[in-house]
Write a protein that binds this ligand. Structure first.
Ligand code: SF4
Ligand code: SF4
Ligand code: SF4
Length: 301
């Protein structure tokens, strides 16, 4: 199949272009600061083919990037993939384009246009696209500070510390609902905001970029942490200082020996007391006590 071509977007006088993947943001220099005109254009690459056609690997990667650019970056997993990038990869390998619940019909239509295939309705077995933007809210007086929600949030939109109340940064919450199930006291609600959910890729580009950046930053942070943990685990053990270990062992042995001597000394002194009361010969006991005291003094230095 011959891929369709999009006309190249040429900046006018006084315009600047920023590109990310296949999205171009054209900014017109304003006469007054409040008059900035920002046009976000989805630029269709000219080298795309439908996913059924085998592609050389470099084109394949380009297509995955372009598909990912159209996904909402909610990272919710509702498409049954662990994030938007894995679903983009699956689409590039032939998976159906109608599994992204937050993206809804607008995203499906954009994907169909990109891939030159017929649009489909959203597969209802994956869920229903909400009409309004949703965010999670913590009932803070019930929060026990277990941090489980922080670990579940793919865009680091939750702040808190162990045993302290947690809270959600509303502007950064994607409404993915991944924090709700792990909460052991069920104190997180998903609420509808008055504003409608933006699903048209060009309209929600700023939001998508923010969500993607936060997701990537979090992924990098977690990967660095794991690398450090692995490196620590695999690092060769520090050489053992045999002399220090022997000294510790000796000192422990001395402490135990001294405790035993003190105990035996006390017992011998008790026996001596009762032998004296009974008027018995105490010569041997006295010698035993003297020997024990001498041993104890030697051990204590
Ligand atoms: S936003 Fe869409 S593509 Fe991304 S993880 Fe959720 S369902 Fe999948
Ligand atoms: S706070 Fe909850 S609903 Fe909001 S982005 Fe994080 S995990 Fe998703
Ligand atoms: S999972 Fe629930 S209880 Fe635990 S820190 Fe988050 S909101 Fe608080």
């Amino acid at each position: 199949m011959v891929p369709k071509q999009m006309p190249e977007y040429s900046p006018q006088k006084g315009q600047s272009i920023v590109s990310r993947g296949h999205i171009r943001i054209t900014q017109t220099a304003p006469e007054k600061p409040t008059q900035a005109i920002i046009t976000i254009v989805h630029h269709r690459p000219t080298n795309f083919m439908p996913p059924q056609t085998p592609l050389p690997s470099s084109q394949h990667i380009t297509m995955i990037d372009a598909i990912e650019d159209l996904l909402p970056q909610t990272q919710c997993g509702k498409c049954k993939h662990p994030g938007c990038r894995p679903y983009a990869e699956a689409i590039a390998n032939g998976e159906s384009i109608n599994h992204c619940v937050p993206g809804g019909q607008d995203t499906i239509d954009a994907l169909a246009l990109l891939l030159d295939i017929a649009p489909l309705p959203l597969d209802p077995s994956y869920g229903k696209t909400p009409e309004h933007r949703q965010v999670a809210v913590i009932r803070e007086y019930e929060c026990i500070g277990c941090t489980k929600c922080i670990q579940a949030c793919p865009v680091d939109a939750i702040v808190g510390a162990a045993k302290f109340t947690h809270t959600i940064i509303r502007d950064e919450c994607t409404g993915c609902d991944l924090c709700i199930a792990p909460c052991p006291v069920d104190c997180i609600d998903l609420i509808n905001l008055p504003e409608r959910l933006l699903t048209i890729p060009a309209q929600r580009q700023a939001q998508v970029t923010l969500q993607r950046n936060r997701y990537e930053l979090r992924s990098t942070r977690l990967a660095n942490l794991k690398n450090k943990q692995d490196a620590r685990r695999e690092a060769p053990a520090a050489p053992v200082n045999e002399a220090a270990v022997a000294q510790i062992k000796d000192s422990k042995t001395d402490i135990i020996a001294a405790a035993l001597l003190r105990s035996n000394l006390k017992k011998a002194e008790k026996r001596l007391d009762s032998a004296l009361l009974d008027g018995k010969d105490c010569h041997e006991l006295e010698n035993e006590i003297l020997a024990l005291r001498a041993e104890l003094n030697a051990l204590n230095g």
